[in-house]
Write a protein that binds this ligand. Structure first.
Ligand code: AMP
Ligand code: FE
Ligand code: FE
Ligand code: ZN
Length: 281
């Protein structure tokens, strides 16, 4: 069983990378990808744990990009983490997450929310990529809400008055950067209409032109039509089809392995990569 999209405490997941691998083994996964938002900080700990637990590890990240004004999450697998142009873009996105979240906190404070920046930082592991889920955790810790989902639904969703964007690299540029770093770019949940505007066939075609290798079809935020459309576009452009849980630990209901990727798709991803190799468990 292969799950190619998960998060750890190095971004907005709630399990340390080593715990993520332990849970993957427990769930019967043979291969897991760690794909924290805009960071590779979890790679080393995950690699060590992968060997200990006998789970193959695909090292990756989920990049926050923007395409024609809309937010697009781009999964990047097996790229060279030392590649400077890509690493610089990831650093820029991570760093801009700080003032952006501070702006949201200040706006909520102005409206009377009993939340502090220190309270948010108390929810974040040192060096992690900051995100709205950490603010949500601070609101839960302060007794203002019961879980992340409630916070997002009431105050932090993309259409909310408190929403603030952060710096995001152009998606086509990110696709090219990932390829240049020997990595494999796969567009994440492109038809998840609850969180963002879905991409169109023309958007996907533009990303294919830039070097896109794959498309995530099996994802809980895709309905049946979205999954079918992803498969149709994959057939049209010869893209690799993937499936994943987008596991975030206790931060979301998603269960490891709830959607999976076929061994054939994994083989194509590995064959297309020249940055780093999978860590064999
Ligand atoms: P950000 O990276 O700060 O823009 O925050 C986006 C992240 O929030 C996504 O990667 C999800 O992990 C998380 N998220 C979005 N909606 C929800 C929700 N309803 N419940 C829990 N987490 C969510
Ligand atoms: Fe997330
Ligand atoms: Fe995502
Ligand atoms: Zn994700």
């Amino acid at each position: 069983m292969i799950d190619l999209h998960t998060h750890s405490t190095r971004s907005d997941g709630t399990d340390a990378p080593a715990d993520l691998l332990a849970q993957a083994a427990q769930a019967g996964l043979t291969t897991l990808a760690i794909t924290d938002h805009d960071t590779t900080a979890g790679w080393d700990e995950a690699a060590e744990a992968a060997q200990r637990h006998g789970v193959a590890l695909v090292r990756g990240a989920e990049l926050s990009t923007r395409h024609r004004g809309r937010s697009v999450h781009l999964l990047a697998y097996l790229f060279d983490p030392a590649d400077t142009p890509l690493a610089e873009e990831m650093r820029r996105m991570r760093e801009d997450r700080v003032p952006r979240l501070q702006r949201i906190v200040e706006h909520m404070q102005d409206d009377g929310f009993a939340v502090t920046w220190e309270g948010v930082l108390a929810q974040v592991q040192e060096g992690a990529a900051l995100g709205r889920p950490h603010l949500a955790d601070a609101l839960v810790a302060a007794g203002i809400a019961t879980d992340r989902n409630e916070v997002f639904n009431r105050w932090l969703h993309n259409g909310s008055a408190y929403y603030e964007p952060h710096y995001a690299v152009d998606t086509a540029e990110a696709v090219a950067l990932v390829r240049a770093a020997g990595g494999v770019p796969v567009v994440a949940h492109p038809f998840a209409t609850k969180r963002q505007r879905a991409l169109g066939a023309d958007d996907v075609a533009a990303l294919v032109e830039a070097g896109l290798v794959g498309i995530e079809a099996e994802h809980r935020d895709h309905d049946d039509d979205g999954r079918a459309f992803a498969r149709q576009l994959a057939a049209r452009h010869d893209l690799v089809v993937t499936g994943s849980s987008d596991f975030h630990g206790d931060g979301k209901d998603n269960r490891l392995g709830e959607n999976t990727t076929t061994p054939e798709s994994l083989e194509r991803i590995v064959a297309a990569a020249s940055g780093v190799t999978p860590v064999l468990g």
